[in-house]
Design a protein around this ligand. Structure first.
Ligand code: GN1
Ligand code: MG
Length: 338
């Protein structure tokens, strides 16, 4: 189906006049669409869930529906993502081949960052993710589907990397031997969070900094987006992933890994911001492990990128054959700087 055909299945205000792919995210396919009369143009985002990543995409959508309603009872609708229904009144569109599309209003007058430079912005971003967890802290984690089993099970990713190294299906191990050996030496770190017996909460699970939209009007609160992986998890998965992405001096795709390290001032601002909204529900054990979580999740991403490189780039979208290896090198450089 073409994008205009898919767009026509959603309850949009008027004819589609333009559409354009937005090349963000490493997983889903996203298009911005414009519709309506010339004097009342409105933009929307339509997105297809990646079937290779989400085995049961309807479970992803059920989770999003449940948490959006829960948060919606506590938040003005302009400050959260709310699904645009289909013409038959469903919250998402299922095509005959099983592909699921969803539609959101385009959040205008906002900006996002792949790298944050001001401590003030870092504080606001972290407070937004803490607030997101806080708003979901009175919803039973058991009421959500685990849409990607073991999504932040770092030891399981480690085991997959070792298996990929042994099989070496794309014959790429030679070109990644130092990275592979370094990660292998970090085995003990992989189990640190999983074995700490921390409480299961509802967490975002993909708190990289580009998953926050900042309204240009600084009086409005930041908006947390990309709810695909919201499911039961550990609070520290979110904190660790946030700091590794927001306090790094360069982003995941930086061509020169020597430019990447963790910025201490940004790390402090992120910690203070997160605690400003999350300290009300975090346990002392969770607070103690905040710094360690940054290491674990950085290592986890290094493992995931390197595994995908060894498997021949089957998971993350890449722009060149060495892209996942570069991403792994960047996460390793970041880990070494912590
Ligand atoms: C993926 O597609 P995106 O960029 O939202 C991945 C995250 C990684 C991230 C790294 C479902 O997220 O876990 O941290 O790439 N999402 C999934 O950039 O695997
Ligand atoms: Mg995501």
């Amino acid at each position: 189906m073409t994008i205009p055909e898919i767009a026509s299945r959603f309850a949009l205000p008027g004819q589609l006049v333009a559409h354009q792919e937005i090349p963000t995210g490493l997983i889903n396919t996203t298009h911005a669409i414009t519709c309506g009369k010339p004097d009342a143009r409105q933009r929307f985002v339509i997105q297809a869930l990646n079937p290779a990543v989400f085995a049961k995409p309807e479970n992803v959508m059920e989770n999003i529906q449940r948490i959006s309603r829960h948060i919606g009872n506590k938040t003005p609708s302009s400050q959260q993502l709310s699904l645009v229904p289909t013409t038959s009144g469903n919250d998402w569109l299922t095509l005959p081949d099983g592909t699921i599309w969803r539609c959101y209003p385009f959040l205008e007058d906002t900006e996002y960052f792949v790298k944050i430079t001001s401590p003030d912005l870092a504080f606001r971003a972290a407070a937004a993710f803490g607030d997101f967890q806080a708003k979901l802290s009175d919803l039973d984690p058991g009421s959500l589907h685990e849409t990607i089993p073991d999504f932040h099970h770092t030891p399981a990713y480690f085991a997959k990397l070792i298996a990929a190294g042994e099989k070496n299906p794309a014959s790429r191990l030679d070109s990644a031997q130092p990275e592979f050996d370094f990660i292998r030496s970090q085995k003990n770190l992989t189990a640190l969070l999983i074995e700490a017996r921390l409480p299961i909460r509802i967490t975002h699970n993909d708190t990289k900094i580009s998953n926050i939209l900042f309204p240009l009007n600084p009086d409005l609160p930041p908006i947390v987006i990309d709810l695909d992986t919201v499911m039961p998890g550990l609070a520290l998965f979110d904190f660790g992933d946030l700091v590794r992405s927001a306090a790094a001096t360069a982003d995941e795709n930086e061509p020169d890994p020597t430019k990447i390290r963790l910025d201490p001032a940004l790390t402090t601002a992120l910690t203070d911001g997160y605690l400003s909204t999350a300290s009300a529900f975090l346990t002392p054990a969770e607070i103690d492990l905040l710094p360690a979580s940054v290491k674990v999740i950085t290592l986890e991403l290094a493992i995931r990128f390197l595994t995908d490189y060894l498997l021949g780039d089957v998971y993350f979208k890449t722009q060149s054959p060495g892209h996942n290896l570069l991403r792994a090198r960047n996460q390793i450089a970041l880990l070494k700087s912590i």
